[in-house]
Design a protein around this ligand. Structure first.
Ligand code: DOR
Length: 457
């Protein structure tokens, strides 16, 4: 089976009236109508013939559904932390209509059977559209081509440094062999790297005396990230293989990317954690803040903001990596790395726009248009005629204080508990069908597998 043959998910009809529209290409917001028919946007601007339910959205803002290109939904495996149904429900509540999910599940997503199993689990349960990464091992360089996996996966994920789970390709020859598979043979499937240099991580750890969580960003230091990013970029350039750098966390990596031409060969993302939190927060949050790559000194966050504004970093993701509070409460060294984030990405960035740290069109570029472009997601990431009717209606004046008790993710906590943000989604629709509205998930509305124009970036 080259493609997936699940029952087709129906598209809906929906019309928004007099809403502030965030259109593609950084256009200034303007007030107009938008119509979705059979799941596809059929009119933008003035709509004289509405279709389906008509929503009077005066005072609200309509943007494309957010695409989160890095989540861990834990299924199959440690589903006491999260599963595809709960993770995608959290996504829908947060205005995320598409997600790309990581392969460090149990078993790992490193075979054709494992990829197909994830798709089967997602179908009829996911409250957002899905894509899955294939996981790289030191030996599986030929798998993409041999098993014709290109239509079934969003990318090949390589852990260059070890993190949660067992996936790791730190041997230089094995790593190079993954990049040496040409784009033509890999059918344009991008390589996405967790860029931390394993040898340096090990050496730092061996040299550390009684480290605490405050040392986490010293053990996994900026140089470990820079070394790995430089290595991956050099390999991508040598073999002209499309590369995406996941969760960029340092000023030094941003400087390295700024020196490259913006030729689409190498793209990157950063995370809200690196923009909103810094090393001072280890005192307050302890091991809750522990993640890989780590949250670092404030100077990195400042450089990452600047790199986003300069277009050096293309997009944002969450690395939603839920663990239970019980697990996170273990002592440093035993507590797992990672924190949830899929439902707070959009509110945090709307809040950033509210504070004047960025504009609403930039939020759309970083959270919708750019991730769609980086992964060649067909029909996604833009409010334009012919695109899929995945939309989020936002009340950008709504202020709310985040609380663990309101978290939809199975893990039940957020590092932003107690923060008051301004700007929240009030309705999320998948291809014209509301999946979340007025604070509740709507029954029986599910997503579909994403399709990819690999190599079109
Ligand atoms: O902190 C992290 N947690 N970083 C990763 O790379 C993996 C993730 C997880 O799966 O828990």
């Amino acid at each position: 089976m080259a493609t997936l043959d699940f029952p087709k998910v129906p598209g809906g009809d929906l019309t928004f009236r007099e809403v502030e529209l965030l259109l593609p290409g950084g256009a200034a917001p303007f007030v107009g109508d938008l119509r979705i028919e059979a799941g596809v946007i059929t009119a933008v601007g003035m709509v004289d013939r509405p279709a389906g339910e008509v929503i009077d959205a005066r005072g609200l803002t309509l943007m494309p559904g957010v695409i989160d290109p890095q989540v861990h939904f834990r299924e199959p495996g440690p589903t006491h932390k999260e599963d595809l149904a709960t993770g995608s429900a959290a996504a829908a509540v947060g205005g995320v209509t598409s997600f790309l999910e990581m392969p460090n599940t149990q078993p790992t997503t490193t075979t054709r059977a494992a990829v197909l199993d994830k798709h089967a689990r997602a179908s009829g349960r996911c409250r957002a559209h899905w894509g899955f990464f294939l996981g790289a091992t030191p030996e599986n360089q030929d798998l993409l081509a041999r098993e014709a996996l290109a239509p079934l996966v969003c990318g090949l994920k390589i852990f260059m440094g070890s993190s949660t789970g067992t996936l790791l390709v730190d041997d230089p020859a094995a790593l190079e062999a993954h990049f040496a598979v040409s784009d033509a043979v890999a059918r344009g499937v991008p390589i996405a790297v967790h860029a931390e240099n394993e040898a340096r991580l090990r050496a730092n750890k061996a040299a550390a005396v009684a480290p605490t969580v405050r040392d986490h960003h010293r053990l996994r230091d900026a140089e470990a990230a820079r070394l790995a990013t430089a290595q991956a970029v050099a390999l991508a350039e040598k073999y002209r293989r499309r590369l995406h750098i996941l969760h960029l966390s340092t000023a030094e990596e941003a400087a390295l990317l700024a020196e490259r031409p913006r030729d689409g060969l190498v793209t990157s993302e950063t995370l809200p954690q690196y923009l909103w939190l810094d090393a001072r927060d280890y005192d307050r949050l302890g091991t809750r803040l522990q993640m890989n790559p780590p949250v670092r000194e404030a100077r990195h966050g400042e450089a990452l903001w600047a790199a986003l504004h300069a277009g050096v970093i293309d997009c944002m993701a969450t690395d939603h990596a839920p663990h239970t509070l019980e697990e996170k409460a273990r002592p440093y060294g035993e507590a797992p790395s990672g924190m949830p984030g899929v439902e707070t990405l959009l509110p945090l960035m709307l809040h950033a726009a509210h504070l004047g740290k960025c504009t609403l069109p930039q939020v759309v570029q970083w959270l919708c248009e750019a991730p769609a472009r980086c992964y060649g997601l067909t029909g996604k990431g833009r409010l334009s005629v012919g695109a899929d009717g995945d939309v989020v209606l936002v009340d950008r004046r709504l202020s709310r204080t985040l609380r663990d008790a309101d978290v939809v993710s199975k893990c039940g906590w957020t590092p932003y508990a107690g923060w008051t943000l301004t700007g929240f989604p009030v309705l999320t629709a998948l291809r014209g069908r509301p999946v979340y509205r007025d604070g509740r998930l709507v029954d029986d509305v599910f997503g579909a597998p994403l399709t990819f124009a690999h190599g079109a970036t």
